[in-house]
Design a protein. Structure first.
Length: 148
């Protein structure tokens, strides 16, 4: 349900046994941001992209994001990006740290950046149709506000 809300802005609730639709919960707006240079390009600037997302949350909600969640592929591209490695290796500016640590099965704390936790979620579930679905798509990077 949380995954549906994060990526579609709504949650469809139905009876598992009968498939009967029970309710639709809507959580709008979901603001999708596309990067100008894909992270697969060595010239990309993932930290600049995250800054834009965090600012978008601030301006849309008068609040700040609490956590950055990366899909598995996005996390690899983030960690291996030269501009990210250089930024985290500054000697006199402490923006955060990359210190991968397994939290629990399928969830890793990659480190921190500007006070936000960087989490990698590789968990999946079996959908009703039998297909395997990821809670966080491998190429997605949601920046969310979860604390009150």
């Amino acid at each position: 349900m949380c995954s549906q809300v994060l990526f579609t802005g709504q949650c469809e609730i139905e009876d598992w046994g009968t498939g009967r639709h029970l309710a639709t919960l809507e959580y709008d707006p979901v603001i999708e941001t596309f990067v100008s240079v894909p992270w697969t390009d060595p010239a990309s600037k993932p930290l600049d992209d995250l800054k834009l997302c965090i600012r978008a949350i601030s301006s849309a909600s008068n609040s700040i994001g609490d956590v950055v969640v990366l899909g598995a592929e996005a996390a690899s591209l983030f960690e291996n990006n030269e501009s990210v490695q250089i930024a985290f290796d500054r000697r006199f500016i402490f923006q955060g740290e990359i210190r991968p640590e397994q939290r629990e099965w399928g969830l890793m704390n990659l480190g921190t950046w500007r006070g936000l936790d960087l989490l990698v979620n590789e968990t999946s579930f079996t959908a009703k149709d039998g297909s395997t679905q990821y809670f966080v798509p491998p190429d997605a990077v949601p920046v969310v506000r979860i604390k009150e």
